[in-house]
Design a protein around this ligand. Structure first.
Ligand SMILES: Cc1ncc(COP(=O)(O)O)c(C=O)c1O
Length: 357
């Protein structure tokens, strides 16, 4: 019988973690605090501690984190926001939702935003740049800082990655992190976090996250509800305690693939201290490879095609996408998750290598 290996499995196998999660639910039922309560405050404190970020604000998703960061900078009509052409769609749609113009920069071979392309796209109207730390690899933040334009890091795929001691999400003006179940630090539903250095931004974000209200009494600006649930915060606290273990499991998985493919099959090399989000091949004859793996019961995905700049709402956007167009036709993500066992990973490696033999 043919094996079937899903692209992603989010089942939680670890009995200790499961027990702790049940305990967290019990605790919450007793506390009666369900939204923006003590669990959220404690998670924010622990995330600051882990990432060395001065401030953090829990929210309902990575998308709402990005949206609030832009709103905090008062971005709206007349403003332009530069994003890479390759990312999950949230990165691009948030500025459009605020009435601003989304401009698409090209990417480099590491799949992260190209600072040369950004430099050509900057105008007087550019009010923010959103670099994405794609697949766990950090974008070239030092280069991007030279433009002296607010930087909103989309660190959704890179929680726990760092370079030279600086964590993803802490190098720009804001760090926006999705904590949804697919992410390296994951809730059991939607959740997100914004990191920032400036206390005034932190205050503003706290107001923006609930209808623009200060202390539920006084309205200060227009906004909607982006609060985090305490249940998700309680689950996330448990995951954060275990994060060192999780990161090392993910690095091991990544290394196993990398060591088997190096010099045989092209793939995305990760930085030494990246927390891997997935494993991306640069596949020659990609469609044939997808078919071969599918016949062997192995599911794959292209993360993310079409490019954001090719989606319907952005068909008239200003863009530079030459390299992105080339790369998006080669990338292929293969199964990558904590409970992918050694035998299944071995089978995937064998089948990829067999295809290229
Ligand atoms: C790079 C990137 N940005 C933003 C998001 C949006 O996060 P969320 O699904 O939590 O809204 C995701 C996740 O799906 C992502 O991968």
């Amino acid at each position: 019988m043919i094996k079937t290996i899903p692209f992603l499995s989010l089942k939680m196998d670890d009995p200790n973690l499961r027990e702790e999660m049940h305990g967290a639910l019990e605790g919450l039922l007793n506390s009666g605090q369900f939204i923006s309560g003590d669990q959220v405050a404690e998670l924010e404190r622990k995330i600051c501690e882990y990432t060395n970020s001065p401030f953090s604000v829990g929210c309902s998703s990575g998308t709402s984190a990005l949206y609030m960061a832009l709103k905090c900078l008062d971005i709206g009509p007349e403003d332009e926001v530069i994003v890479p052409a390759l990312s999950w769609f949230s990165t691009a749609i948030v500025s459009k939702e605020l009435g601003a113009t989304t401009v698409f920069a090209d990417i480099d071979e590491d799949l992260n935003i190209s600072s040369e392309s950004v430099s050509r796209l900057i105008t007087k109207k550019t009010k923010a740049i959103i670099p994405v730390h794609f697949m766990g690899n950090m974008a070239k933040m030092r280069k991007l800082k030279e433009f002296d334009i607010p930087l909103i890091e989309d660190a959704s795929q890179a929680f726990g990655s760092f370079v030279e001691g600086e964590f993803a999400g802490t190098m720009g003006d804001f760090g926006c992190i999705s904590l949804n179940p697919m992410k390296s630090l994951s809730a059991l539903g939607d959740a997100g976090m914004i990191l920032c250095k400036d206390e005034e931004y932190k205050e503003r974000l706290s107001i923006l996250k609930y209808c623009g209200m200060r202390n539920r009494e006084k309205n200060e600006c227009s906004s909607l509800n982006f609060r985090m649930d305490d249940l998700q915060a309680a689950f996330l606290k448990i995951q954060l305690e275990d994060f060192k273990n999780r990161k090392s499991k993910r690095k091991k998985l990544y290394d196993s693939y990398a060591n088997s493919f190096r010099s045989k099959v092209e793939f995305l090399e990760l930085q030494e201290e990246a927390c891997p989000y997935g494993f991306t091949l640069f596949a020659q004859r990609r469609e044939e490879l997808i078919r071969h793996l599918d016949e062997k019961g192995i599911s794959t995905r292209v993360q993310h095609q079409p490019l954001m700049s090719e989606q319907q709402v952005f068909k008239n956007a200003r863009k530079e996408t030459k390299n992105a167009e080339k790369l998006v036709n080669k990338i292929l993500s293969i199964p990558f998750y904590d409970n992918l066992d050694t035998e299944d990973q071995g089978y995937i490696i064998e089948e990829v290598l067999r295809f290229y033999e």
